[in-house]
Design a protein around this ligand. Structure first.
Ligand code: NAP
Ligand code: GCO
Length: 264
């Protein structure tokens, strides 16, 4: 049974793996035996990430790469294949959010979110798939969201991107399943990372942020998730334990999608 969940000898690329959810997934993969590659754009993020991986005992290799730049992505994949070998596991994690009321959002802002959160996974998957086909197996995990299923005020671009990412996941599964490539999504609920920090800021009077209280009322487990909550599900989707799971979005949300919410 341990072999089913082992990633021993596999090469994993986690985009945006400098911190947050990506870092936790990459850490889990490293501890499950995989060789780790990750990318980000910022020099400071890279330096901090390399220190953090070293502290965790993970020999991760970091690459500067913007997932929206196809040339940078293609060059990164070539470098990873030279350094570590053909990529067996890809996690499309890199992503941003802009919280702006739709009628106030500039088209350029909308396009930037779509470009990073949806076109980026297309670009990176397109670069990695040929190696997986040649190798005769592969795992692609796209980091989706509650907003792959639900909308809310101010996140029109993000919801459109994550809804599209859900369908891109199903399409990659459909188009490349015959090559023994499984493509699934992981759908985190509300996770405590830098991306959601503004939603959890304490109020001037020391009380919890109204959105923080809202999420607690909408989550049966009455807590925010942590990046560590994603480690086990992510290892499952990257391992032989999920070899007949394809085109599935695995929600790791503490039950938000199942629950109408606690009466306040
Ligand atoms: P985060 O803390 O903001 O980290 C995002 C990571 O992506 C950073 O490493 C960032 O590094 C990198 N990144 C951003 N744009 C990039 C680009 N164009 N090219 C390469 N790297 C890029 O976010 P997070 O909360 O960990 O979320 C990670 C993923 O999970 C995202 O796709 C997010 O939408 C999704 N998600 C988050 C939550 C949540 O509650 N936190 C829930 C569901 C889904 P650089 O800026 O240095 O490039
Ligand atoms: C927001 C949050 C969410 C989370 C996540 C939920 O503003 O609503 O940032 O979008 O990031 O995607 O699954």
């Amino acid at each position: 049974m341990n072999r089913l969940f082992s990633l021993q000898g596999k090469v994993a690329l986690v985009t945006g793996g400098a911190y947050g959810i990506g870092f936790a997934i990459a850490e889990a993969y490293g501890k499950a035996g995989a060789k780790i590659a990750f990318n980000c754009r910022g020099k400071e993020h890279m330096e901090e990430a390399m220190k953090a991986y070293e502290e965790k005992g993970i020999a991760a290799k970091g690459y500067f790469c913007d997932v929206t730049d196809e040339t940078q992505v293609q060059n990164m994949v070539v470098e990873i294949e030279k350094d570590l070998g053909t990529i067996d596991i890809l996690v499309n994690n890199a992503g941003i959010i802009k919280r702006i009321p739709m009628i106030e959002m500039k088209v350029e802002e909308f396009r930037q979110v779509i470009d990073i959160d949806l076109t980026g996974p297309f670009i990176v998957s397109k670069a990695v798939l040929p190696g997986m086909i040649e190798k005769g197996h592969g795992k692609i995990i796209n980091v989706c969201s509650m907003m792959s299923e639900l909308g809310r005020e101010t996140v029109s671009a993000y919801a459109a991107a994550k809804g599209g990412l859900k369908m891109l996941t199903k399409n990659i599964a459909s188009e490349y399943g015959e090559y023994n490539i499984q493509c699934n999504g992981i759908g985190p609920g509300y996770i405590a990372t830098p991306q959601t920090a503004p939603l959890r800021e304490l109020q001037p009077d020391g009380s919890r942020h109204p959105f923080d209280q809202f999420i607690i009322s909408k989550t049966p487990q009455a807590r925010w998730g942590t990046p560590e909550d994603l480690m086990g599900p992510a290892v499952f989707l990257a391992s032989d334990a999920s070899n007949f799971v394809n085109g599935h979005i695995l929600y790791v949300d503490g039950g938000i999608l199942a629950y109408i919410g606690k009466q306040l």
